[in-house]
Design a protein around this ligand. Structure first.
Ligand code: SF4
Length: 105
């Protein structure tokens, strides 16, 4: 998979400069059953991504999400305009595969 976002821009995104588009939206919408990266988006993922598409803080959201997740497996749901599988791939691209629970490889 080739990611279209510039990884350095993503992690350097500034703080929120607007109101998140998901404010007041049922949080469950952002936790649809996750599709595999090689498969197309599910209808439920598309519904969540449609909210993100109109969000003024999408870069900040994605940056914060990536920073808060210490391992890719903790990346869950739709955030920052990306589905779970895409954000896990981006997390691995940015940070590599980190050992769980601080274990050394
Ligand atoms: S980009 Fe983040 S803050 Fe904006 S609607 Fe999506 S999940 Fe909410």
């Amino acid at each position: 998979m080739t990611l279209t976002r510039n990884a350095k821009q993503v992690v350097a995104a500034a703080g929120p400069a607007g109101v998140p588009a998901c404010q007041g939206v049922d949080p469950e919408l952002f936790f649809p059953e996750a599709s595999e990266l090689r498969n197309g988006l599910s209808a439920a993922e598309l519904a969540a991504l449609a909210v993100c598409a109109g969000c003024p803080v999408v870069a900040w959201c994605l940056s914060r999400d990536l920073a808060e997740c210490t391992v890719a497996s903790r990346v869950r749901g739709v955030r920052g305009g990306l589905r779970q599988a895409e954000r896990r791939a981006l997390h691995v691209e940015l940070f590599g595969r980190r050992p769980k629970n601080g274990a050394t490889a």
